[in-house]
Design a protein around this ligand. Structure first.
Ligand SMILES: [Cu+2]
Length: 185
């Protein structure tokens, strides 16, 4: 029974993270859809950034914004107005991280399109400092252009309502970053 359970677990693990070459071999060259992925993006930390600031995601994937030191948002905008919320777009709202916290505020955003999705932080001057990112950018140049456009704006506009995802928490020990401040006991 124990052997059977471990085999099942192994099968589940390998199908969740399929190797593309193995997948091709296993299907005689047919490309099969991969399993949905949880894609972590660290928001804030030692610098006011999104890390990474460019993500390739498929429909069905979930981008998990993990809010590090400071107080940041992940808010959808447009290439034309990088630091202004897109009406009806995704917005996490402000999710702070304070010294001594042992969990991390998250915002899980299901990906529903492979079109480029432009995102900025609406806190203070962060967007003008270049705290922006693109999910499914057309190319690398578009990311560079978006950062430059954000730095050229005068101010940011805050999003009115939270939309397009679900706020939650994960343990700091499983976060995609190392806390830069000592934990208080
Ligand atoms: Cu920010």
């Amino acid at each position: 029974m124990r052997l059977l359970l471990s085999s099942v677990l192994f099968a589940a693990t390998t199908s969740a993270f399929p190797n593309s070459a193995a997948t091709l071999r296993g299907t005689g060259g047919l490309v099969v859809p991969r399993a949905n992925q949880l894609i972590p993006v660290v928001v804030g930390g030692p610098q006011d950034t999104f890390n990474p600031n460019s993500v390739v995601a498929a429909v069905g994937d979930v981008v998990q914004f993990q809010f590090s030191n400071g107080n940041h948002t992940a808010t959808q905008s447009t290439l034309e107005a990088p630091c202004t919320p897109l009406e009806g777009g995704m917005n996490s709202g402000h999710i702070p991280f304070t010294d001594g916290q042992t969990d991390v505020g998250t915002f899980n955003m299901p990906v529903t399109s492979t079109d480029p999705m432009f995102i900025f932080c609406a806190t203070g001057p962060h967007c003008q400092e270049g705290q922006v990112m693109i999910i499914n950018p057309a190319n690398a140049q578009q990311v560079v252009d978006f950062v430059k456009a954000a730095q050229g704006t005068d101010k940011s506009v805050d999003g009115a309502t939270t939309a397009g995802g679900t706020a939650g928490k994960i343990g700091l020990d499983i976060a995609a970053y190392v806390c830069i401040l000592p934990l208080s006991s």
